[in-house]
Design a protein around this ligand. Structure first.
Ligand code: COA
Length: 331
C-alpha cells in the first residue's frame, strides 16, 4: 500500500515595497495619533508600492522568483500559480495570468482567488487539493495585495491599518506523514458583506462618474462589527481545528495569524492556550497586507522553523471569510 500524498510547503518567498508609511506620516494626513494607532491596532508603519504602472503582479513576481531561487527550480517548472488577492492588476486577465507571463512560467496555468484576508488560506487549501489529486507536482500559492490602491487616505478608521505586500509558498507532493498540510476548516458567510466591501467596480455598480464622486471604489469597513466577528471567528475555528485533531496549545510551535489587529491576534492565542511568544507578529512593520499577511510571516520566520513543527494558520476577513489550517513544517 502506498502512503497518502500530502502537499508539503518546500520553499517560501516574499516581497514588501521599500516605501514606508509611518504613523507620523498618517498624523499629517488624517485626524489621528501614533498613540491611538499603536494601542488600538498594533501597527507602527506599513509599506506602500509606489511608481507609475506598478501593480500587484509586480510584487508577486519577486516573491515567486525568490522561492524558485531557494528551491533551485526554474519558473518553467511551475505547474500552477494561484494568487489570492482582492486587488488584481485588472479584472481580467487574472493577476496569475499576468505574473506567469512576467515570470516566464510558460508551463503553468493559474487563477486569482478572491477571499479578502482569507485569500491565502483559501488558495492554500485549493493548491493542496491539486497536489493531493496527484495531477500536479509544483503548485505555487501566493497571497498578494496592493491595498493602497483601494484605500481612502481621508478615512482615518481604515487607512491606518492597511499596507502592500506579497508572500508565496511552493507546494510539492510528500509521502512523509510528518509533513504537509494536514487539516483545514474554512468558512464563509456572505451575510457579513455590508460591514466590509467595495461598493463599485463590479457588475452591481459599474464604474461611472457617480461611483467615483461617491468614493465607491475604496474599501468600506465598519470596524466594530468586523472586529467582533473576527475575534470570535478566528478563535473559534482555531480552537475547533485543534480539538478535532486532539491537539492542545502545547503541541503547537507557532500560531501564524492574519495580521489585521493585534488585539484580534492576542484573543486567538489566548483561546487556544498559546503563549504570545509562539505567535508570529509583524503587524507593527507591515500593517494588514490582506492576503499577504500569513505568507509574509512564514517568509520572515522561515529560518526559525524546524521539520515537524506544528503550525496553525488562521485568518478572518471580508465576506465574511475565515478559517484555520494545520501545517506540519517539512524542512
Ligand atoms: N484615530 C483616532 N481616532 C479614531 C481613529 C483613528 N485613526 N479611527 C477611529 N477613531 C475614533 C472613532 O471615531 C471613535 O470615536 P468616537 O468614540 O468619538 O465615536 C473611536 O475612535 C472608537 O472607534 P471604533 O471604530 O470603535 O474603534 P475600534 O477600537 O473598533 O478600532 C479598528 C477601529 C478599525 C482599528 C478596529 O475596529 C478593527 O481593527 N476592526 C477589525 C479590522 C479587521 O479585522 N478587518 C478584517 C480583516 S481586513
Amino acid at each position: 500500500m502506498t502512503n497518502k500524498i500530502t502537499a508539503a510547503i518546500t520553499a517560501v518567498g516574499g516581497y514588501v515595497p521599500e516605501d514606508r508609511l509611518t504613523n507620523a506620516d498618517l498624523e499629517k494626513m488624517v485626524d489621528t495619533t501614533d498613540e491611538w494607532i499603536r494601542t488600538r491596532t498594533g501597527v507602527e508603519e506599513r509599506r506602500i508600492l509606489k511608481g507609475e504602472g506598478k501593480a500587484t503582479s509586480d510584487m508577486v513576481v519577486p516573491a515567486v522568483q525568490e522561492l524558485c531561487r531557494k528551491r533551485g527550480i526554474e519558473p518553467s517548472e511551475i505547474d500552477c500559480l494561484i494568487v489570492g488577492t482582492v486587488t488584481p492588476d485588472m479584472v481580467f486577465p487574472s493577476t496569475a495570468n499576468l505574473a506567469c507571463h512576467k515570470l516566464g512560467a510558460v508551463n503553468a496555468w493559474g487563477f486569482d482567488l478572491a477571499a479578502a484576508c482569507s485569500g491565502f488560506l483559501y488558495s492554500l487549501s485549493v493548491g493542496a487539493a491539486l497536489i493531493e489529486s496527484g495531477r500536479y507536482k509544483k503548485v505555487v500559492v501566493v497571497g498578494a495585495d496592493k491595498m493602497s490602491s483601494i484605500i481612502d487616505y481621508t478615512d482615518r478608521a481604515t487607512c491606518i491599518i492597511f499596507g502592500d505586500g506579497a508572500g508565496a509558498v511552493l507546494l510539492e507532493p510528500s509521502t512523509d506523514p510528518e509533513s504537509g498540510i494536514i487539516d483545514s476548516i474554512l468558512r464563509s458567510d456572505g451575510g457579513g458583506a455590508p460591514h466590509l466591501h467595495m461598493k463599485a467596480g463590479g457588475s452591481l455598480n459599474p464604474a461611472s462618474h457617480e461611483t467615483v464622486d461617491k468614493k465607491m471604489h475604496y474599501a468600506y469597513q465598519e470596524g466594530q462589527p468586523v472586529f467582533k466577528a473576527a475575534v470570535k471567528g478566528m478563535a473559534d475555528v482555531s480552537y475547533e481545528l485543534l480539538e478535532r485533531n486532539n491537539l492542545t496549545g502545547d503541541d503547537i510551535a507557532w500560531l501564524v495569524p492574519h495580521q489585521a489587529n493585534k488585539r484580534i491576534i492576542d484573543a486567538t492565542a489566548d483561546r487556544i492556550g498559546l503563549s504570545h511568544d509562539k505567535v508570529m507578529l509583524n503587524i507593527q512593520r507591515f500593517g494588514n497586507t490582506t492576503a499577504a499577511t500569513i505568507p509574509l510571516c512564514l517568509w520572515e520566520w522561515e529560518s526559525q522553523l524546524k521539520k515537524g513543527d506544528n503550525l496553525v494558520l488562521a485568518a478572518f476577513g471580508g465576506g465574511f471569510t475565515w478559517g484555520a489550517i494545520w501545517v506540519k513544517w517539512a524542512y
